[in-house]
Structures are given as C-alpha cells and as structure tokens.
Design a protein around this ligand. Structure first.
Ligand code: UDP
Ligand code: MG
Length: 136
C-alpha cells in the first residue's frame, strides 16, 4: 500500500558548500518527490540542539549541533507516495561508506558527520520536523 506523505529533508552544510543543491533536488524530483516548500537558512547552534534533541544523550550530539549550524542549509518539505521511506532510501545509510550505490550519501557524502542530507525517519517525526522549520 502506498499513500501520499510529507517528509522533511535537509541539505547539510557540506553539500551546500559544494554547490550540490540542484543535484540533490533533481534526485528527489526524478524519483517522484515534489518539493512543496524550500528555504535556505543558517541556524544557530541552539536551534540545531533543539532540532536534534532526540540525540542529546549521544556522544556525537555536540559535534552534530555545531556542524548543522556551521553554514547555510536548505530545508525542504518533500511530498509523494511513501515519502518518508522513499526519501530514506534515496539518502542511503548514515555512514556514506555503507551507503548503497546511487544513493545521495554514496554519491556525495564525505563522512558519517558530513553525510550531505537529513531525512525524517517516521511519519510522526516528519510532522514535528516540518513544523519546526515551517510554522505558519
Ligand atoms: N552522526 C554522527 N556520528 C555518529 C552517528 C551519527 O556524526 O556516530 C550524525 C550523522 O550526521 C547523522 C546524524 O548524526 O546523519 C543523526 O544520526 P541518525 O542516527 O539519526 O542518522 P540519520 O537518520 O541521519 O541516518
Ligand atoms: Mg535520524
């Protein structure tokens, strides 16, 4: 069964810095994910800490928050059939070394921290994450 969902995608600082915004967006579009909303922003470390608070007990949390706030990012709402899992599949494994061929992280990721993209991992978290960046 497939249903229309929305998910949050972030193009992280390493990919924005390397001018990969259009390359990454074209992967979503080619795979039937519509970019419904889209903005380039530069968040503070405090905002990154709030966004990633699910990871607050992890050893990589502080570095992760510093990293996400280290430069401009692009936040997007993607919409399409099974958008949450479809986006996760297009992203590939967290560590680019383990990412499947043709995934965004395999193509563009540099390391486990500079892995080019974020994507919501569940419908529930997608709703929260979309609301975090696109409050009306
Ligand atoms: N991360 C890291 N070191 C680790 C694990 C994760 O720097 O050992 C970073 C990585 O950039 C990842 C983010 O923390 O994208 C969130 O981790 P998660 O396990 O949620 O991975 P994702 O959902 O992004 O694949
Ligand atoms: Mg995650």
């Amino acid at each position: 069964m497939s249903k229309i969902e929305q998910t949050l995608s972030i193009i992280k600082p390493d990919a924005v810095e390397r001018n990969l915004i259009e390359n990454i967006k074209s992967i979503f579009i080619k795979n039937d994910l519509i970019i419904k909303q889209d903005k380039k922003i530069h968040i503070t470390k405090e905002e990154a800490a709030e966004f990633y608070k699910i990871h607050q007990s992890k050893p990589f949390y502080d570095g992760l928050c510093s990293y996400l706030s280290s430069g401009p990012i692009v936040v997007m709402v993607l919409e399409g059939k099974n958008a949450v899992s479809s986006n996760r599949k297009l992203m590939g494994a967290t560590d680019p070394k383990n990412a499947e061929e043709d995934t965004i992280r395999k193509l563009y990721g540099v390391s486990i921290d500079k892995n080019s993209v974020h994507g919501s991992d569940s419908i529930e978290n997608a709703k929260k994450e979309i609301n975090f960046f696109f409050k009306n």
